[in-house]
Design a protein around this ligand. Structure first.
Ligand SMILES: C[S@@+](CC[C@H](N)C(=O)[O-])C[C@H]1O[C@@H](n2cnc3c(N)ncnc32)[C@H](O)[C@@H]1O
Length: 299
């Protein structure tokens, strides 16, 4: 279903299902020993979407859904991504930050799996049903956060800075922020507003990580539609082309640079190489080559 201004979801519907999709990929990266996220699999299973459960159980031939898919490739791609955002937090902690914010947290389990220094507060922001589901599921599993975890159940198109501060966030302290897998789900002007707000809430020395996707057409091109059609046969309703916002948007690197951040960015081939992997050259995957992983420090 196409997006609307006030749309909501849980982890099995609309944009929420994409959180389950990426968490499934984290399961593969974990199984391959490339990342350490033991919570991804129980979370994905608890959501209960048939497609992902059958895929994890090896009951769906994923290469028949997407001929360019294979487990190792998916695992490496997700490992590169996960390590980029993990590193933002570990670098920030080493530099003294004791406040972290995971925007659009989805099924991100960093508040439970990263070795946060004592005294760290980790805020997670996402829609109410997403937050509620992850919290109760991890509680039921007996998982314990490794930091003071605080949740902010709100839509990021609303006044989330106020909600964040009401939960104990202190803008005068250095903060580590991540916005992972979020920007394409925000309208272009909401993306700018997100970074304006992060900038306003960031003391000097704060850090932020995100990704920049200069061209989103690969999410609605013929290949993407073919994959969505094949996934439908297994009961999946995910149509990326309908979930993202298309059209021109500001370049993240330029925008942050213009707002007082010192920015570094790695293209996908560079990020793969930095992890000891080779970026696949094939045409369709190659379209992601222009995408970059971004990290920035507030001056
Ligand atoms: C692809 S998932 C990424 C989840 C997580 N960051 C990760 O990488 O595993 C997109 C996430 O963005 C969240 N999201 C997208 N738009 C949002 C909005 N307007 N308000 C709150 N959350 C939003 C969704 O609920 C979902 O959890």
């Amino acid at each position: 279903m196409a997006r609307t201004d006030n749309d909501t979801w849980d982890l099995a519907s609309s944009v929420g299902a994409t959180a389950t999709m990426v968490a499934s990929q984290r399961v593969l990266a974990h199984r391959e020993g490339l990342i350490d996220d033991p919570f991804a699999e129980p979370l994905v299973r608890a959501v209960g979407m048939d497609f992902f459960i059958q895929a994890l159980d090896g009951e769906i031939d994923l290469e028949a859904v997407d001929p360019e898919f294979n487990v190792r490739r998916a695992a490496e791609g997700m490992a590169v991504r996960t390590r980029h955002f993990d590193r933002l937090f570990t670098d920030a902690a080493a530099a003294g930050a004791r406040q972290a914010v995971i925007l659009a947290a989805g099924l991100d389990a960093r508040a439970y799996r990263l070795p946060w220094p004592a005294g760290t507060t980790v805020f997670e922001v996402d829609q109410p049903e997403v937050i509620e589901f992850k919290t109760t599921t991890l509680d039921r599993l007996g998982a314990q956060p490794t930091a003071d975890r605080r949740t902010v159940a709100i839509d990021l198109r609303e006044d989330w800075p106020k909600a964040l501060c009401d939960t104990g966030f202190d803008p005068s302290q250095q903060t580590a922020w991540i916005a992972e897998g979020l920007l394409i789900y925000l309208p272009p002007e909401a993306q700018d507003l997100l970074f304006d707000r992060i900038t306003d809430l960031s003391a000097p020395g704060s850090r932020v990580a995100t990704e920049h996707i200069p061209d989103v057409t690969m999410f609605s091109d013929e290949r993407s539609q073919r994959i969505a059609e094949r996934m439908k046969k297994y009961g999946s309703e995910i149509e990326m082309g309908e979930l993202i916002y298309h059209g021109e948007r500001n370049d993240v690197v330029e925008y942050l640079t213009g707002h007082g951040w010192i920015v570094s960015a790695k293209t996908m081939p560079e990020a793969y190489a930095a992890n000891g992997f080779t970026f696949p050259e094939e045409e369709t995957i190659g379209m992601f080559a222009d995408m970059s992983y971004v990290a920035a420090v507030k001056s």
